[in-house]
Design a protein around this ligand. Structure first.
Ligand SMILES: *Cc1c(COP(=O)(O)O)cnc(C)c1O
Length: 372
């Protein structure tokens, strides 16, 4: 019988937040915030009404700066390297707007790149070129090394864990290869930070609050090492007494959300990132074992992939969007239906994505298998 590690972590995580209305297996879309995180954001909003928005923000600055430090630390950078932004997508848009890479410059990306990312690269006048991948869409480091040597792109953009598949890219190896070749590596950590280790030596790391970190929606972050930050030109110069990356932080912002994210990161650290990762990967394995073959649905990921996100290919004739709706309305199970448009360079049909956080249980997974 499967036993999940760190049951204490699962029960503490569950007890720390409002009771779920059903079975929430949708962290890769949006996590459930803790009561402390919700209260901190509400408290800040209340402060804005009591003190004035700018006075409240100044009063929160010490906390926000601690948050920049801790969040940047999770990706191997420092507080001065981080800008709070509104989402992962706005982080990439901010980066590309500031970087002003030469028109037509080639940026190597995964064939299964998240389509909004490849669209943004093209909108910035860049030319995406594919990285070589294996059968599950994982980049092949030897091929990446060959590309970097033979015809180096202006940058490599790697989505660490894609949205449409719970597969981890070999980001540490690729970071080392990029470093050796002098080609900057940009890492999309929207699905990885809080789920797998992201302190890997990338030059740029960006992500979002609401997924595996379980912070509020509408908040994201952009971390840039000083050597690349020096190549960025902001629209407006930063204040003389602030680090250069602060010029990329939007002045008008959902500050209460940033406060919530800082608290959520603190809770992640207190839980122990290693313990979180161990439990999440055990949940992923258990889910793949329970779900593969259930009513003819087939798991895409290798069973022992160290993530909690599992995607399922439907049996002939099953409609993924209708199944997702039926699971929600008839069984209270929250999942995501992902269409081919999410990653058209790799997906051959729609999938159902299942992504518990550490409060997930074997009972949830078995209930889903039965409901399918
Ligand atoms: C969700 C996601 C994004 C976008 O994040 P937002 O915060 O919604 O902008 C980017 N990349 C990947 C891999 C994602 O899963």
């Amino acid at each position: 019988m499967t036993v999940l590690p760190h049951e204490d972590l699962g029960s503490a995580w569950r007890a720390a937040r409002p009771r779920a209305a059903g079975r929430h297996l949708d962290t890769a879309a949006c996590s459930r915030q803790s009561t402390r995180v919700l209260d901190a954001a509400a408290h800040h909003a209340r402060h804005e009404a009591e003190l004035g928005g700018y006075v409240a923000e100044a009063a929160a600055e010490h906390l926000l700066q601690q948050g920049r430090s801790v969040l940047a630390g999770l990706v191997g950078m420092a507080a001065a390297d981080l800008a709070f932004v509104e989402s992962a997508q706005s982080a990439l848009a901010t980066l590309l707007a500031g970087w002003r890479l030469p028109a037509g410059g080639r940026v190597a990306i995964l064939p299964g790149e998240y389509s909004p990312n490849s669209a943004m690269l093209r909108a910035a006048g860049l030319t995406p070129v594919p990285l070589a991948v294996d059968g599950v869409g994982r980049a092949v480091p030897e091929e990446v090394e060959r590309l970097l040597a033979a015809d180096p792109p202006v940058a490599v953009h790697l989505t660490h864990v894609p949205s449409h598949r719970g597969v981890v890219q070999p980001a540490r190896e690729i970071a080392a290869l990029c470093r050796a070749a002098g080609v900057p590596l940009v890492l999309d950590a929207a699905q990885s930070l809080g789920q797998v280790d992201v302190d890997l030596g990338a030059d740029v790391v960006y992500g979002t609050s609401r997924k595996w970190l379980a912070g509020p929606r509408g908040v994201g972050f952009l971390c840039v090492r000083p050597a690349v930050a020096a190549q960025l030109t902001p629209v407006l110069a930063p204040a003389a007494d602030l680090p250069p990356m602060r010029a990329f932080e939007s002045g008008e912002a959902h500050v209460a959300g940033r406060v919530g994210l800082v608290l959520a990161v603190g809770e992640h650290l207190a839980a122990g990132p290693d313990r979180v990762r161990q439990r999440l990967s055990a949940l992923g394995r258990a889910g793949r074992e329970v779900l593969d073959g259930a009513a003819g649905w087939r798991v895409v990921e290798p069973v022992d992939e160290p993530t909690a996100a599992t995607t399922l290919v439907p049996p002939d004739g099953a409609d993924v969007v209708a199944t997702r709706a039926r699971l929600l309305t008839e069984h209270g199970i929250v999942t995501t239906a992902i269409g081919v448009e999410r990653a058209p360079g790799e997906m051959t049909g729609p999938v159902l994505r299942v992504s518990p956080h550490v409060d997930g249980t074997l009972d949830d997974l078995e209930a889903l298998a039965a409901a399918l």
